[in-house]
Design a protein around this ligand. Structure first.
Ligand code: E4P
Length: 217
């Protein structure tokens, strides 16, 4: 499963990229607002840091506006993926931008039927929002499993990008459900490396080694 960082904070992206853990980045208008920077400037910087796909979302909701903004965003760098909302105009814009060989991430997906439409529109990625469904006492992970089954039934090439991930267990469950990609907040990516027994074991090894008085190198 590929890991995308779900953030517009360049410092976090740089750090995670340096660990070799990043396959790409997703942003959305709320994440860009949190960064406190200009959208175009921040997307340009992120595209320089990571080689992989960087999702940048349109603000327009009408077809012509989405096409205009999508073309503009795609021209920022060749790893930009244009993020479009899962609406009928968004699906029409998806089809058009894909015909122009522009990569598209269809976002705000909350049902398997929506995901089916995005695949039929030729989306490069579909973003089902797990956490926001869980927030409503629905089963976000069941949506990932349903989309996986439907896409496999028909051989759709659209990649399932598990989004709205809130904790480490979401990452494991998304991997078990067969998501192609998980977009994960930086703090959650870091937390995946943590285990109390790792810390305890390391402490013991360091103490035992120090007792021998040996050195390496
Ligand atoms: C990413 O593409 C989504 O916009 C993001 O994962 C949404 O996460 P949230 O539901 O925690 O805001």
């Amino acid at each position: 499963m590929k890991f995308f960082a779900d953030t517009a904070i360049a410092e976090d992206i740089r750090e995670l990229n340096d660990y070799g853990l990043l396959d790409g980045v997703t942003t959305n208008p709320s994440l860009v607002a949190k960064s406190g920077r200009s959208f175009v400037e921040v997307v340009g910087e992120i595209c320089q840091i990571v080689d992989g796909p960087v999702s940048a979302e349109v603000a327009a909701t009408d077809y012509d506006g989405m096409i205009r903004e999508g073309r503009f965003l795609a021209a920022i760098a060749n790893n930009v993926v244009v993020k479009l909302p899962l609406t009928l105009p968004g699906l029409k814009a998806c089809r058009r931008l894909r015909q122009e060989a522009i990569a598209v991430n269809v976002t705000l997906c909350f049902s398997a039927n929506q995901a089916l439409l995005a695949a039929k529109a030729g989306a490069s990625y579909i973003s089902p929002f797990i956490g926001r469904l869980d927030d409503l006492n629905l089963d976000g992970m069941a949506l990932i499993r349903d989309i996986r089954a439907i896409y496999d039934n028909y051989g759709f090439a659209t990649e399932i990008l598990a989004a709205s991930i809130r904790h480490a267990n979401h990452v494991k469950e998304a991997a078990l459900a067969g998501a192609d990609v998980a977009t994960i907040p930086p703090a959650v990516i870091r937390s995946l490396a943590n285990h109390a027994l790792t810390d305890k074991g390391l402490e013991q090894f360091i103490a035992d080694w120090a007792a021998t008085g040996q050195t390496i190198g």
